[in-house]
Design a protein around this ligand. Sequence first.
Ligand code: PLP
Length: 429
Amino acid sequence: MYADLETDALEALAARLEGDFNAMKARGLSLNMARGKPASDQLDLSMPMLSSVTDPASCTADSGLDCRNYGVLDGLPEAKRLMAVFLDDTPEHVVVGGTSSLTLMYDALVRCCLFGTDGCAPWNSLAQVKWLCPVPGYDRHFAITEALGFQMIPVPLTDEGPDMDLVEHLVRDDDSIKGIWCVPQYANPSGATYADTAVRRLANMECAAPDFRIIWDNAYGVHHLFDDVERQDHVLDIAAACREAGTPRRYLKFASTSKVTFPGAGLAALAASPDNLDEIRRHMGVATIGYDKLNQLRHVRFLGDARGIARHMSRHASILRPKFQLVARKLDESLFDVGDCRWSNPKGGYFVSFDAPEGCASRIVELAAEAGVTMTAAGATWPYGCDPRNSNIRIAPTLPPLDELDEALDVFVCCVKLAYAQKLLASRS
Ligand SMILES: Cc1ncc(COP(=O)(O)O)c(C=O)c1O
């Protein structure tokens, strides 16, 4: 381990790593492991969808409705059936929206701020609103709660969900804590999947705020990398858990086909309790006459049903699996003797979470950029972009082709080693 090396040996190692780094830099690379985007061969899988709605006859819904015109606020019945699969719910609890689940989440919180929910005061009329943020987490979630002026409280995300002892302790007495971000399956970025006990505790916990909301963002619910044995299949449904706990209005579920068909041109949907749905539809009906039903038809025809979705996702997995396996192999082989590094080995989703030696993350990302490899900014996985240990880095291996990913990972591990060796030397001088 680097920390155990004598200073002479560490200096020699740092000099060698610097040489390796400069050689990599001289290659003028331009590689990207920053954002969780599907690769182009994944996008190719969904191209047939675009030719499923072409002539006037193909624009008709099951009910006979002409989908080229206005009508239907909350989704075609067949689109609700399809999105119910992603939301692990029944079609009558589903509202199909536009193309982005993030927009649906943003709108849900903005409505709470402007109008209140469940008969409670609008959140923007309160002196303070606080929000629980499992960390490491999704930067765009944090951007929403930051933009709305909520005070974000980081809560550790374990392999089994948020640290529920802490969550229960925080929400019991503080009625300004209005909710929590949750990515229950293959979380962004750690890949953690919530255990049943965590789901039940979220549903059952005593909340001082009667309008506490769990934002249940099941963005990766069907994004398994492995077929069966190793796969963590089914997260306990928060809706069922809340109904059982007598807290049926506590959750709002979200999902989209962004990483199933086309990001930015997919279908987004939410599921909620009947009371919450009434509230949502009332406000939604003011904001829009209706969403894109032609896109709903395309998705229904292309994906079909749960089996169609599973078939399609296994094609995605065939493309993604080797990339995640490469990351795991490279990190294992290259960093086993470095020390103070940890990384996740997800069974699905889009990311690997990497914990660098404390204090090194921003330097690693900076070095990688110098060598032509763009990483997600250090700190992005924490509220306000501020990781107090300056340790966590999100690796997004999906976009680059395998050979480029291989090169980018070589650069990354070299930067990890160099940053750590230099930091240890600096601490000894
Ligand atoms: C956890 C999570 N939720 C939501 C999104 C974005 O979803 P959409 O494209 O439906 O807005 C992402 C994209 O990376 C994500 O990781």
